[in-house]
Write a protein that binds this ligand. Structure first.
Ligand SMILES: NC(=O)c1ccc[n+]([C@@H]2O[C@H](COP(=O)([O-])OP(=O)(O)OC[C@H]3O[C@@H](n4cnc5c(N)ncnc54)[C@H](O)[C@@H]3O)[C@@H](O)[C@H]2O)c1
Length: 451
């Protein structure tokens, strides 16, 4: 057998439209995450900082055999929009421009990263939001749209998208939900078909949350939509169908940043070594506006579902009942204003090993929520735009790397392990470019090597 025969063969490269012209990044919400993202990109563009945490900007991708030593940067390997071609817009019920919102969020150092780009940030003023306090109890908004029903609100959002594109002379758009977490909801009859959804919008049905209006508007405008919060939004039969029918990429839910990212690294390690787990207690203190919104039990419930789901999927208690059949998993978020955006996440993990002897692991992650989330927003904007140019549509499971509760096709289950997700992401990039998949088999270096 030759080396070539051991390789997993791929088809040719996928046709990908070039990333010519400008890409409009439309953010729902102009709070801590959005402003940290926008200000970060502008600082990077001006050569004042590095895009740390962004795979699209900093990671390399290995191609071919290890002996070939080919490892270009992802952004040099596949045609992504250039940072200089990004143009930003946002909606928010709070009328603060991006500079004021960033100062209030208190994430970035004012003198080092905000003052030098003050004019740029001040020029980004939020468009009136499709907002309803019923869905985010702790917020009051004045910068809001008015209409006789939800369908008209959605039409106004569509008009915002078209107007932004025209005004700025943009080639393409993407929408990323970076707005507050809405109250807990489950899919109902209004979410099963386009006709039912449109009727429900006209009747101002309570099962249509604002986030769904943005998603509907984007899909109707053929714009990719990524959801950074745990709301259902595009995780509904109607949206999946609409995205498939209109050939638009969608994905979510909930950016995978601090505590959950650590969970999706540690839990697979326990399972890989067949170590048992009896309990995992996670608590967080944070004091930003997100923390305040999540202090409302209804919004917290949405977040809790998103944070709880992954352990069960990673550990597969049905396959390993002796190891993971009785895990007590608890997640708490406590609003504690003195901490601002600098969250602290504690994990107490009770594991057990050989013959059932117990052990404990403690994790204390003093992280910065929006510093972890901003590069995710950047990568999602660039990769969703890539997906659209490559003709990929519907759920983009290859981007589950970025989400706490990734969307997946019917009949599957979510893949939560960070390193499987990373392999999936990089193999999708290789596949798009007609490069060999990397299986890590590597037997050809030994069995078939020329001695
Ligand atoms: N930072 C992280 O690590 C992280 C991780 C995962 C998910 N998230 C989620 O990302 C979202 C943003 O987080 P943040 O820290 O920037 O919160 P934030 O409160 O600072 O910003 C959210 C903004 O959304 C606005 N908003 C609320 N409803 C809106 C609507 N209907 N239309 C337009 N704007 C609306 C709010 O007014 C607010 O300014 C939250 O849902 C959060 O749970 C954040």
């Amino acid at each position: 057998m030759t080396r070539e025969q051991t390789a997993v063969l791929t088809g040719g490269a996928r046709e990908i439209a070039p990333a010519n012209g400008k890409l409009g990044v439309m953010l729902v919400g102009l709070g801590a995450v959005s402003t940290t993202f926008i200000a970060g990109v502008e600082n990077v563009r001006r050569g004042r900082a590095l895009p740390i945490g962004s795979l699209s900007q900093m990671a390399t991708i290995r191609l071919g055999k290890r002996t070939e030593k080919r490892a270009p940067k992802i952004k040099e390997f596949i045609p992504l929009a250039d940072l200089n071609d990004l143009v930003f817009a946002a909606w928010d019920p709070i009328p603060d421009d991006a500079y004021t919102a960033a100062v209030k969020a208190g994430v970035l150092d004012r003198h080092e990263h905000l003052e030098p780009i003050k004019g740029f940030l001040q020029a980004i003023k939020p468009m009136p939001a499709a907002f309803d306090q019923y869905y985010v109890k702790r917020l009051q908004g004045t910068n809001v749209k008015h209409a006789k029903n939800k369908r008209e609100l959605a039409e106004q959002l569509r008009e915002d998208m078209r107007a932004f594109k025209k005004r700025e002379g943009l080639d393409r758009l993407v929408v990323v939900w970076c707005a507050s977490t809405e109250v807990f909801m489950t899919a109902g009859p209004a979410h099963q078909s386009l006709a039912a959804f449109e009727r429900a919008m006209e009747q101002n049905d309570q099962s249509i949350a604002p986030s769904m209006l943005y998603a509907y508007a984007a899909l109707m405008e053929n714009i990719p939509f990524a959801n950074g919060a745990p709301n259902l939004t595009v995780d509904l039969p109607v949206m999946v169908q609409l995205a498939d029918d209109r050939h638009v990429p969608i994905g979510g839910k909930d950016f995978k940043t601090g505590q959950t990212m650590m969970k999706s690294v540690l839990a697979p390690a326990f399972k890989a070594r067949m170590l048992g787990l009896s309990g995992w207690y996670s608590t967080n203190i944070l004091g930003n506006r997100d923390g305040e919104v999540l202090d409302d039990p209804e919004s917290f419930k949405t977040k809790e579902e998103s944070k709880l789901g992954l352990l069960e999927h990673i550990l597969q208690p049905d396959l390993y009942p002796e190891l993971y059949g009785k895990v007590y998993h608890k997640v708490r978020i406590n609003y504690y204003p003195p901490r601002g955006d600098n969250k602290e996440g504690w994990d107490n993990i009770d594991i057990f090993g050989w013959l059932g002897y117990p052990m404990q692991i403690k994790v204390d992650f003093l992280c910065r929520d929006s510093i972890l989330a901003a590069p995710i927003v950047l990568d999602l904007a660039l990769f969703f735009d890539l997906a659209a140019r490559a003709g990929l549509s519907g759920i983009q499971e290859w981007l589950s790397f970025y989400f706490k509760s990734p969307q997946f096709a019917q009949g599957l289950y979510a893949e939560h392990d960070l390193f499987i997700q990373q392999t999936k992401l990089k193999n999708t990039l290789r596949w798009l470019m007609g490069e060999e998949q990397i299986t890590h088999l590597g037997i050809e270096y030994y069995e078939y090597a020329e001695k």
